[in-house]
Design a protein around this ligand. Structure first.
Ligand code: 2HA
Ligand code: ZN
Length: 281
């Protein structure tokens, strides 16, 4: 992982995450985006201390209003920006914005130094944040979208069925059901960045943190840069194992539903929610 420092600790952490995602091969060119809901007091105090002369830009209207996010600050990747550049040009790749006017607009308060603006997926991110903030009772704060290749590959070879995809991944390593007991939820192929895909994603995110944008990538919610990385890393690894197994002629045996149930009982205290396991086989 690239070592670099930044006067804003949130920038340091999120830029390191973005760079790592690029190193993993998940975010080529301007592919993917990140948004992170920041603690208000901390972001205001660090901006006042480190950037006392910066004034907020004019409000920009959002396509969908998110009243429950009014007043929240987000650090977000800029449209067209490369994850590969995150640690080299953090002030250009990222911006900090505040949601204002009852949730119907945003103001840039820091960053986007070349005159940029938030990712084309920002409306979808905000819709995702609104639902996951409510469902997780404020625990989840960061959404990561990446083009993880093994995960995308599965959308070409498995039926577009959330239960089937979840089961394929759960049965590839014992950790999987512990790390994502809420499963993986499929959104059918749709145009990225539209309100339609935002609506479809939000519907699925009522039930879990991880969305498959079919033939496109993963969209995942967690509490911190580290935990969202770990979630995606685990899913991508399981997807890779699944593909290897398929390439080698398919499964001769697998982790049984009975063992999945045992795992979910034994590690119950670690689970974000109870998994829905098909009946014992
Ligand atoms: O360009 O990945 O989904 C960013 C994207 C759009
Ligand atoms: Zn994408």
């Amino acid at each position: 992982m690239t070592i670099f420092s930044h006067p804003i600790p949130f920038v340091q952490q999120v830029a390191s995450l973005a760079r790592l995602c690029w190193e993993m091969g998940w975010n080529e060119a301007n592919g993917g985006n990140i948004s992170w809901r920041l603690p208000t007091d901390e972001v205001e105090s660090v901006l006042a201390r480190r950037y006392p002369n910066v004034t907020p830009a004019e409000p920009v209207n959002l396509p969908q209003s998110q009243p429950t996010l009014d007043g929240e600050y987000f650090i977000v990747t800029g449209t067209g920006q490369y994850f590969r550049h995150a640690t080299e040009f953090p002030d250009q790749v990222f911006g900090i914005v505040r949601i204002v006017e009852g949730g119907s607009a945003y103001q840039t308060v820091w960053g986007f130094s070349n005159g940029g603006r938030p990712t084309s997926e920002f409306a979808t991110h905000l819709a995702g944040h609104a639902v996951r903030k409510r469902v997780s009772k404020g625990r989840e704060r960061i959404l990561l979208h990446c083009h993880a290749p093994e995960f995308i590959a599965l959308s070409y070879i498995l039926p577009l069925d959330s239960a089937e995809l979840t089961k394929a991944l759960w049965t590839k390593m014992p950790e999987c059901i512990v790390i994502f007991p809420d499963g993986v939820h499929i959104v059918p192929p749709m145009l990225p960045g539209t309100t339609d895909i935002a609506d479809a994603s939000v519907k699925e995110m009522e039930h879990g943190r991880v969305i498959s944008w079919t033939h496109h990538g993963i969209f995942a919610s967690e509490a911190t840069p580290d935990s969202v990385f770990g979630l995606v890393e685990t899913i991508e690894k399981a997807a890779g194992i699944h593909r290897k197994v398929q390439s080698a002629g398919g499964e001769r045996q697998t982790i049984s539903n009975g063992l999945l149930t045992e795992l979910s009982v034994y590690f119950e205290r670690l689970l974000v929610q109870k998994p829905v396991i098909p009946g014992d086989d």
